[in-house]
Design a protein around this ligand. Structure first.
Ligand code: DHB
Length: 312
């Protein structure tokens, strides 16, 4: 390992990540072929698409549209079903990168069943997605603190693998505080902030129609548009939880500068989705290299020196 790689070495919940940048549960991580492209990239982890109990085709197309500063999507959880991802974990285990499963239940029992199954698998971390905005008729679990607590009560302590939560964006600090209390109470090991900004509408004025088809055009907004919301959520949770919980920052990371901003806010690792979809797997190396350049220029020797050190 070169000196350069070392300065962005980091950890999530005690698990070592070779760099500050990895993929997000989202685009291009559903099939073994896609996951192998992530293995062969500079992504410091292999994070799987959120899975459900049964395989799903997902929503009707168009369901993902690139926008000037990001994307809108309503994929509808297309995935191969959790059993395939358990197999993929054993096939990918030989590579020296942390493997992160992402699970998305359609009901509480689904969460329990999948956490139990992944506890007995080759993954390193289990990211429990409480924030998929794209299921017709279902609201995001992370906005319902009672349901979140019920899920936590049933999924924490099912095994030794560390469990984290992928959270929706919050806009009122009292909501971050409520979630932080649950995170502490149930000893959640990491949080991922934020999922896409749900239920947004992008209209094509020529067609006089929404740009995506599912849910009458309402979908999750991603990319640069949502970076300030993501930074605010990382910051608020960092202030509430400090070093008790690791934080994946996600939402609009397209450059080393973006990654550096997330680091200042308090992130331990950043995940990249929209830029990965647009640019391909070379983005992980580029973003991490840009971050290394910033750290070196500023005279820092590690990400730990900067983490959370936003100045006022
Ligand atoms: C999907 C979108 C999300 O934002 C998410 O967290 C999980 C799944 C989707 O539509 O596939």
């Amino acid at each position: 390992m070169t000196m350069k790689t070392k300065i962005t070495k980091t950890k999530i919940a005690g698990i070592e990540f070779g760099s500050f940048v990895c993929n997000a549960s989202g685009p291009n991580d559903s099939t073994l072929e896609e996951l192998e492209a992530i293995v062969n990239s500079a992504s410091s982890a292999i994070i799987f698409k959120s899975c459900t109990i049964e395989p799903r085709k997902g929503n009707d197309e168009p369901r993902y549209v690139r926008l000037p500063y990001g994307s809108i999507q309503s994929m509808g959880l297309p995935n191969l079903g959790y059993k395939e991802y358990i197999k993929f974990a054993s096939q990918l285990r030989k590579h020296d990168k942390p493997i992160v499963a992402s699970i998305a239940g359609l009901c509480i029992d689904d969460y329990v069943k999948m956490v139990r199954a992944f506890q007995d698998s080759d993954v390193d971390l289990i990211e429990v997605n409480l924030s998929c905005p794209n299921l017709e008729g279902k609201s995001q679990v992370g906005y319902d603190f009672r349901q979140t607590e019920e899920i936590l009560r049933r999924i924490i302590g099912l095994g030794d693998k560390l469990v984290g939560l992928k959270l929706p964006p919050y806009y009122e600090p009292v909501h971050n505080q409520k979630m932080a209390k649950l995170v502490e109470k149930y000893k959640v090991s990491f949080i991922t902030c934020i999922n896409s900004v749900g239920n947004t509408l992008v209209i094509d004025p020529e067609l006089e129609a929404p740009v995506i088809k599912p849910k009458r055009g309402f979908g999750g907004l991603c990319g640069e548009y949502i970076k300030p919301i993501a930074l605010a959520n990382v910051r608020v949770f960092y202030e509430l939880l400090k070093d008790k919980v690791s934080i994946f920052g996600v939402g609009g990371v397209g450059s080393g500068v973006d990654a550096f901003e997330f680091l200042l806010a308090g992130a331990d690792v950043v995940q990249v989705a929209t830029t990965f979809e647009k640019e391909g797997a070379s983005c992980f190396e580029r973003i991490n290299r840009e971050l290394e350049g910033i750290l070196q220029r500023k005279g820092y020797n590690s990400v730990q020196e900067v983490k959370g050190k936003l100045k006022y």
